[in-house]
Design a protein around this ligand. Structure first.
Ligand SMILES: [Zn+2]
Length: 83
């Protein structure tokens, strides 16, 4: 669970934002500064985040850098505040 405006515990440079994948709408939390990703069942500041590159690569069955021929907006978007 994430309260409004949770600072990123990894880099301290940004808030953790609610995001979702555009293909199936599954939600997650993302620091757009250091690319740390948390799933909704994880506790920010307690659970270690996953690197967004790794999550997206795995999701799309890509080996290596998933951003060679796509950008963030192709796979994810900021999620609305209410579901
Ligand atoms: Zn961060």
């Amino acid at each position: 669970m994430v309260v409004a405006r949770t600072p990123c515990p990894e880099c301290g440079q940004d808030w953790v934002h609610p995001y979702r994948f555009t293909d199936d709408g599954s939600r997650f939390y993302l620091c757009t500064e250091c690319d740390s990703l948390w799933w909704p069942d994880q506790s920010i500041g307690v659970d270690r985040p996953a690197p967004v590159d790794e999550v997206v690569a795995e999701r799309l069955n890509i080996i290596g850098n998933p951003w060679v021929d796509r950008v963030w907006a192709d796979v994810m978007e900021p999620a609305p505040k209410t579901n």
